[in-house]
Design a binder for this molecule. Structure first.
Ligand code: E4P
Length: 216
């Protein structure tokens, strides 16, 4: 399973990259706004900087919702760097745009996916990745990890090549459960990634080894 970091914060992207396990980055308009990135030029420059830090898939989300505008915006984003994956929302014009981008050699990440039916449509249109938002599904009293397992089963039976990118991750346990359920990629904030390092028995064991090492 690949690890993406889900942030537009450059310090956190660098920290995850330094850990040596980072395969890519996802952003969305909320994450960009949180970093104070405003205006087309600043947005483009920010994506360029992220591409310079991480040599992997970098999802850049379109803000348009109408077919022609999505295509124009996606082409601009894709021109920033070969690693850019154009993130397109799961709406009617979005699906049409994903098909257009696929036919024109531009990779896409279909975002805001909350059902297996939506995932099938995105895969049929040729999306490189599909992003089920598992934390938001859990928030509405459904089981987000179960959706990952369902999509993984369907994609395997049907031979779809679209990668399942588990998004809206809230905890280290979510990451482990998504790995078990068949996610190809997990995108998550820095804390759940660092949380996977931790186990109290590791700390106790290391303290004892270091103590005993003084007797060596
Ligand atoms: C990533 O691609 C998604 O935009 C992101 O994971 C959404 O996360 P949230 O539900 O925590 O906002």
């Amino acid at each position: 399973m690949k690890f993406f970091i889900d942030t537009a914060n450059l310090a956190q992207i660098k920290e995850a990259h330094d850990l040596g396990i980072l395969d890519g980055v996802t952003t969305n308009p909320s994450l960009m706004a949180k970093e104070g990135i405003k205006g087309e030029e600043a947005i483009m420059n920010h994506y360029k900087t992220i591409c310079e830090i991480v040599d992997g898939d970098i999802s850049a989300e379109v803000l348009s919702t109408e077919f022609n505008a999505i295509i124009a915006e996606g082409q601009k984003l894709a021109a920033i760097h070969p690693n850019i994956v154009v993130k397109v929302p799961m709406i009617r014009d979005g699906v049409k745009a994903i098909k257009w981008f696929t036919d024109n050699g531009i990779r896409t990440n279909c975002t805001l996916v909350f059902s297996a039916g939506q995932a099938i449509l995105a895969a049929k249109a040729g999306a490189a990745m599909v992003s089920p938002f598992i934390g938001r599904i859990d928030d509405s009293n459904w089981d987000g990890v179960e959706l990952i397992a369902q999509i993984a089963n369907i994609f395997s039976i049907q031979g779809f090549k679209t990668e399942i990118l588990a998004a809206s991750i809230r905890s280290s346990l979510h990451i482990v459960k998504c790995a078990e359920a068949g996610a190809d990629i997990c995108t998550c904030p820095l804390d759940p990634i660092l949380g996977m390092l931790k186990h109290p028995l590791t700390d106790i064991g290391l303290a004892k080894f270091l103590e005993d090492a003084k007797k060596m």
